[in-house]
Design a protein around this ligand. Structure first.
Ligand SMILES: [Zn+2]
Length: 86
């Protein structure tokens, strides 16, 4: 059995595109590749899980009171400080 190129996708590439993946903004091919990678990679999955949970929480907050841009900027700055590529 061969590892397809999609499964062999690099962790760095996956993490770099994770936010776009969660927003559904990638091509079908990239979406599938990342989905396949996450299904197998123990290193990337916690990152994916964290970002998805974060976005869910953010969406829930936004529904109740629209987040001012200031808050959004602060959150993004914090994530960047934590080493996330956002
Ligand atoms: Zn990975």
């Amino acid at each position: 059995m061969y590892l397809t190129e999609t499964v062999a996708m690099d962790c760095y590439d996956v993490v770099r595109q994770l936010w776009d993946f969660l927003d559904g903004e990638l091509t079908d091919e990239s979406m599938d590749a990342i989905r396949a990678h996450l299904a197998q990679c123990r290193q990337c999955y916690p990152q994916f899980d964290f970002e998805r949970t974060f976005l869910d929480a953010l969406a829930a907050t936004r529904r109740e009171h629209p987040a001012p841009n200031m808050v959004r900027r602060k959150v993004l700055a914090k994530l960047r400080t934590a080493g996330l590529d956002v």
